[in-house]
Design a protein around this ligand. Structure first.
Ligand code: 6PG
Length: 241
């Protein structure tokens, strides 16, 4: 998929990418709350997004207007340290006053199929109870990382994604754990803005392939979402500053 509708911004280090991401999250939140009284943010897992989340702690924001969703989740117990929701809580959700009712973790502990159906109901407004009060899409900002193979969220190369659903089960992810839940491109692109974070020398091959036109999940999603891609020098194959 050509990266035609995607913009790439190069920054020196992963910390610069994280800082720029935090700044953009806060700016998007301020704009969304001013315009619509709420800010719907989709979090990504992975080391670079987590670094950005830590930089949100202590910053001024109308946290009570924020709603938090997840782009994907690993099918592990709710308090497992490798859960994206646990990493996000430790990095910032437990340190900012976002109402707990406004945080929508994927119930991945139910297993991929049940969790995908549940989150689909949550996002499509057909859920009951607390989830029934979910603000309507589109999201205001979707954050994504990229794996060494060009995956994003839990959308992996060679793993076709059906067109219909917003959320899918993943049963054989090449990146452990194999069982996951993921938003689909259709859900990820139901967003006003999309940021893709790519840092580290281990991403250089996939980034080069993407920019050369390889058909990768990250490229498909980024093109559909007209994403801004923040990359550091290491991911671009340059020597560290
Ligand atoms: C996951 C993530 C995944 C991640 C990339 C990049 O659950 O594994 O959602 O898509 O964002 O693999 O992760 P790193 O930044 O840690 O390399």
């Amino acid at each position: 998929m050509p990266a035609g509708s995607v913009r790439f911004q190069s920054l020196a280090t992963s910390a610069d990418v994280a800082a720029a991401t935090a700044e953009r999250i806060l700016a998007a939140a301020e704009h969304a709350v001013a315009e619509r009284g709420r800010f719907l943010l989709v979090l990504a897992g992975g080391r670079t997004p987590i670094m950005a989340y830590t930089m949100l702690v202590g910053k001024p924001a109308q946290w009570d207007c924020w709603s938090i969703f997840f782009g994907d989740e690993r099918c592990l117990p709710p308090d497992h340290p490798e859960r994206n929701s646990v990493a996000a809580r430790q990095a910032f959700l437990d340190q900012v006053p976002i109402p707990p009712a406004n945080i929508y973790p994927m119930p991945a502990e139910q297993g991929p199929v049940a969790a995908a159906l549940s989150y689909q109901r949550t996002l499509s407004g057909s859920a009951t109870g607390k989830a029934a009060a979910v603000p309507r899409l589109p999201f205001d900002l979707v954050l994504l990382g990229m794996g060494e193979d060009g995956h994003t969220a839990s959308l992996f190369p060679g793993h076709p994604v059906p067109d219909g659903p917003l959320v899918i089960p993943v049963l054989d992810a090449p990146k452990p754990p194999p069982k996951r839940v993921s938003l689909t491109p259709k859900a990820l692109c139901a967003a006003r803005a999309m940021l893709v974070l790519v840092t580290g020398a281990d991403k250089a091959d996939a980034l080069r392939a993407w920019r050369a036109g390889a058909d990768l999940p990250v490229g498909r999603v980024a093109a559909l979402g007209a994403a801004l891609v923040l990359v550091d020098r290491a991911a671009e194959g340059a020597a560290p500053p």
